[in-house]
Design a protein around this ligand. Structure first.
Ligand SMILES: *[C@@H]1O[C@H](CO)[C@@H](O)[C@H](O)[C@H]1NC(C)=O
Ligand SMILES: *[C@@H]1O[C@H](CO)[C@@H](O)[C@H](O)[C@H]1NC(C)=O
Ligand SMILES: *[C@@H]1O[C@H](CO)[C@@H](O)[C@H](O)[C@H]1NC(C)=O
Length: 424
């Protein structure tokens, strides 16, 4: 029985990516040296586990010895006890990409070997020859295992990165690469399209991604830059699909609230309603009249939606009679939140500015409706929209990756957030 500790030099993998001119991205994912280091540790740990499962078959060979002639040897009962890849590296090569190298793999194994000719005292003389044959066989095995790990585990895993993520019945997000990743000495930038699109019929977006000046922050493993383009393509798609539409009915208004949605409430501001439609319930239908546009600036995210509010009276036979149509603008401040895998937000409504587009009940002072509409907007509509926004949109993360230690900063034209990554 011979127990051998063998040091094996294994394969070197090199993955190079070439820089080319890029279309402007709507979304950038930046992996810092700290992030690559973590990826390397996790990858190597997984590879070591994989290699430790390596089955080594019995094998035999022969070599010639002067005087004695051919000597046959056999290895059997081989058992790999541990496998270490202590000097793997991921290096960033500016303007080129990423180089992954795995060198100096150490395997510890036990096994038995025997030599066909009976002269036991000569074993030590053959030692070198047997070991080099053994080493070659092991190198072959390790290369095979590394290659198979890359093709069966690593590549399918990277394919779990969502290229397009379906969000709901209306829209998806396109996270495809717009250019090969670009490397500097500190980070690898992955430039993604970052564009919402309609699932029913994709059409060109009538505006372009802005320039994003990525700051030089490196204390988190990854950084994401979501440009205003990313959010505004969302607004464009949902508006075009006609789904940015909300209805407020009296049933949504809590019992204890003073201002119920009926003609008695409204006749304080539109006196003729009391005579025309006494004691009738009403309904408000709110719809964007142009795509909502998010402006992102340092320390400030704001939205200035323009919506139409159509008011109806509900008749006893359940038919709706239109009574007036308002155009409303407001500044809405936006708080964006990033959770472990999603980006969501909440809105806060500023003061509304109303103008009358059409009246079916004769003239009235729109300004008097201001407070009432503000009330319906901020206490009924916005909480409902926030509940939807809180569900969030999926971030471009591969499977089993979670974010922690988040930092968020609005920058000029984009939202920057950094995070550490945990592979679970
Ligand atoms: C209309 O709303 C007022 C409060 O704004 C309420 O007192 C009244 O009962 C409501 N009428 C109907 C028909 O719901
Ligand atoms: C935030 O942006 C809005 C709209 O662009 C602007 O009116 C407002 O003054 C800004 N606020 C700050 C604090 O910069
Ligand atoms: C509902 O009632 C109104 C007024 O009484 C009438 O004009 C309208 O045709 C009715 N609608 C339906 C669907 O019965």
């Amino acid at each position: 029985m011979a127990t051998r500790h063998l040091a094996l030099a294994a394969s070197v993998l090199a993955i190079c990516m070439v820089l080319t001119r890029a279309t402007k991205p709507g979304f950038v994912a930046r992996i810092t040296v700290k992030g690559l280091d973590y990826a390397r540790q996790e990858g190597i740990a997984a590879l070591q586990k994989e290699l430790a499962k390596l089955k080594l078959p019995d094998f035999s060979g022969s070599f010639k010895v002067k005087v004695l002639g051919k000597v046959r040897y056999t290895f059997y009962s081989l058992n790999l006890r541990s496998f270490q890849l202590p000097s793997s590296q991921i290096a960033l090569i500016p303007n080129v990409g990423l180089k992954v190298s795995i060198a100096n793999a150490f395997a510890q194994l036990t096994g038995k070997w025997k030599v066909k000719k009976r002269f036991l005292w000569l074993y030590n003389l053959f030692h070198k020859k047997i070991e080099s044959s053994f080493r070659r066989t092991m190198e072959g095995k390790v290369c095979e295992a590394v290659t198979s790990f890359v093709t069966t585990k690593l590549q399918p895993y990277l394919q779990t990165l969502p290229v397009t993520a379906k969000i709901d019945k209306v829209a998806g997000i396109d996270y495809s690469l717009v250019a090969p990743p670009t490397a500097t000495a500190q980070s690898l930038d992955v430039n993604l399209k970052g564009e919402f699109f309609s699932l029913a019929h994709r059409s060109a977006v009538p505006f372009a991604p802005p320039i994003m000046a990525f700051p030089v922050d490196h204390d988190r493993m990854v950084y994401f830059a979501a440009s205003s383009y990313f959010f505004n393509t969302a607004g464009f798609v949902y508006h075009t699909a006609g789904v940015l539409l909300f209805e407020i009915t009296d049933a949504m208004i809590p019992k204890e609230f003073k201002f119920h949605l009926n003609t008695s409430t409204f006749s304080a501001f539109i006196p003729q309603l009391e005579k025309m439609y006494p004691d009738k319930l009403m309904k408000l239908r709110i719809k964007t009249s142009s795509p909502p546009f998010l402006t992102i600036a340092p320390g400030n995210l704001s939205l200035t939606p323009v919506v139409d509010i159509q008011a109806y009276v509900i008749l006893p036979n359940s038919s709706f009679v239109p009574i007036f149509l308002l155009s409303v603008t407001s500044s809405v401040s936006v708080k964006l939140m990033v959770t472990s895998a999603e980006i969501g937000g909440t809105l806060e409504l500023g003061r509304l500015q109303l103008s009358l587009k059409h009246s079916d009940v004769g003239p009235f002072s729109v300004q008097l409706l201001q407070a009432l509409m503000n009330f319906y907007g901020s206490s009924i509509l916005i909480p409902r929209i926030n509940a939807l926004l809180r569900e969030g949109f999926p971030l471009p993360l591969p499977a089993r990756v979670q974010l922690s230690n988040l930092v968020i900063q609005p920058r000029q034209n984009f939202l920057l957030f950094g995070a550490d990554v945990r592979y679970i």
